[in-house]
Design a protein around this ligand. Structure first.
Ligand code: KIV
Ligand code: ZN
Length: 513
């Protein structure tokens, strides 16, 4: 049995804000990114990859703001192996308490031949130049040979050795396309440890994508063979099928410390609140049976299991729900609850509200408590999420709407929106239902063409007086924009979600009138 003192510490590198944010429909605005970064710090991750500063002014601003204002985790920015990217990354990171520049360059034959059209020698030279430029700015530099899992071992060893020689302090081995198997990933790490003479001068990291559903297993295999850092995301967000799920890999290391002999600094009781926060912000729902954070992850339905649980919990439970942040009950507040109780619950749920934000949420909480007797966690999350969204500059806001619909008659909608000082109203009787009519009225007022690609409604909490939570995706000029709205009236929630998407479009273009 391994004691805590003998456990090998594993660095948890979270890339929810970079690789996670790259997944379709998951882009976040500045306020949302700051909220996620704070939650990741509270969770105790060692490194936060906050973005890819050269990718867009928005990415740069987010990395710079997180680096300047947040303390407690190392803040990392991604860069390709070229001067402009690396200079821009440092410009964003320079005020961080602890900064890391992460440079990457593809190394596999397929990327060399078809994407980069570069020889092996050119790749080694470019990697070395990139690492050296980054080292000129900061002593914490990570190098990733992109598509490492499909790179010939001889060449991978050569590039990794050269990157370490140039000053890389972490070498990250990405399975960029999620192709590796656990045995292969483990072997690659073992080969690097055996054949790269200066490997002990850097931490070996692993970055696995989940295309075959093997990202967690591959990351654990890498750890078994000596990797000291895992790159992962909350809820496994990320390109295509996503990345290694942080909550799964951390709980596997903790629950099976007897097998892995490793530990992390993650405050596991923050896993569920962080997962919920990110799901609310990105609109990416967590499947009910998702390991660790899914709603059913600890639900025992079969009578035989329930019987066993009553006799001895460990008959059917390998982790305690409270260790990952599930609370026993989520019925918390009512009409007579005060501001302190709301602030405390918000904190438990993973939000840090300023005094001003708390006051606004509290006022809305009181209004909601007049409409429905019992306020659940889901209601509080919905109110806070709305507040965070409203806090950003919103070009368009809802003044009022009225709808009528029924069987056998045309829906009618009257919608009034505010745009700057002006109020614009559209009244129409078109469409195949009130939702369609709301879309048409919004298009007419804003002058934007919105093609609805996804529309989902679910209740934020229990009961038929529950708030309806609408998440939708609209396509505008080939790009996908997400919207979310919550109200006790589902049509109003839809209008709010449409406006949320419209405001995201407006913040990236100057097109709406
Ligand atoms: O998947 C990948 O290869 C990446 C690199 C930038 C590390 O995300
Ligand atoms: Zn990746």
């Amino acid at each position: 049995m391994t004691t805590t003192e003998e456990m090998r510490p594993i660095v948890i590198f979270d890339t929810t804000l970079r690789d996670g944010e790259q997944s379709p429909g998951c882009s976040m605005n500045l306020g949302e990114k700051l909220e996620v970064a704070q939650a990741l710090i509270d969770l105790g991750v060692d490194v936060i990859e906050a973005g890819f500063p050269i990718a867009s002014p928005g990415d740069f601003e987010a990395v710079a703001e997180i680096a300047t204002s947040m303390r407690g985790s190392t803040i990392c920015g991604l860069a390709r192996c070229n001067d402009a990217d690396i200079d821009r990354a440092w410009e964003a990171l320079k005020h961080a308490e602890s900064a890391r520049i992460h440079v990457f360059l593809a190394t596999s034959a397929i990327h060399r031949e078809f994407k980069l059209k570069m020889s092996q020698e050119e790749i080694v030279a470019r990697a070395v130049a990139g690492v050296k430029r980054a080292v000129g700015y900061c002593d914490n530099v990570e190098f990733s040979p992109e598509d490492a899992a499909r790179t010939e071992h001889d060449f991978l060893c050569e590039v990794v050795e050269a990157a370490i020689e140039a000053g890389a302090t972490t070498v990250n081995i990405p399975d960029t396309v999620g192709y590796a198997t656990p045995a292969q990933m483990g072997e690659t790490i073992a080969v690097l440890r055996q054949r790269v003479p200066n490997i002990d001068k850097a931490v070996i990291s692993v970055h696995c994508h989940n295309d075959l559903g093997l990202a967690v297993a591959n990351s654990l295999a890498a750890v078994e063979n000596g990797a000291g850092q895992i790159e992962c995301t909350i809820n496994g967000l990320g390109e295509r099928a996503g990345n290694c799920s942080l909550e799964e890999v951390v709980m596997a290391l903790r629950t099976r410390s007897d097998a892995y002999g490793c530990c992390t600094q993650v405050n596991t009781e923050r896993l569920v609140p962080t997962s919920r926060l990110i799901s609310t912000i990105t609109g990416m729902r967590v499947q009910r049976n998702k390991a660790i954070v899914g709603r059913n992850a600890f639900a025992h339905e079969a009578g035989i299991h329930q019987d066993g649980m009553l006799k001895e919990r460990t008959t059917y439970e390998i982790m305690r729900p409270e260790d990952v942040g599930f609370t026993k009950t989520d019925l918390v507040l009512g009409k007579h609850s005060g501001r302190a109780a709301l602030a405390d619950r918000a904190k438990q749920l993973g939000y840090r509200l300023t005094g001003e934000q708390l006051q606004i949420v509290f006022d809305e909480f009181k209004t909601l408590a007049d409409k429905k007797k019992e306020i659940y966690d889901g209601d509080i999350v919905a109110l806070i999420a709305k507040q965070l969204r409203d806090a950003d500059d919103e070009e368009w806001s809802l003044v009022s709407f009225e709808t009528t619909s029924g069987s056998g008659c045309k829906p009618r909608v009257k919608l009034t929106l505010r745009h700057g000082e002006r109020e614009l109203t559209e009244e129409l009787s078109e469409g195949d239902g009130p939702i369609d009519a709301a879309f048409l009225a919004t298009e007419k007022i804003t002058g934007l063409t919105l093609s609805c690609k996804d529309y989902q409604v679910r209740s934020a909490t229990l009961g038929h007086d529950a708030q309806g939570e609408v998440t939708l995706q609209v396509e505008h000029q080939g790009k996908t924009f997400r919207g979310r709205g919550v109200s006790t009236d589902t049509v109003e929630a839809t209008v709010m979600a449409i406006l949320n998407a419209v405001n995201r479009i407006a913040s990236t273009t100057s097109e709406s009138r």
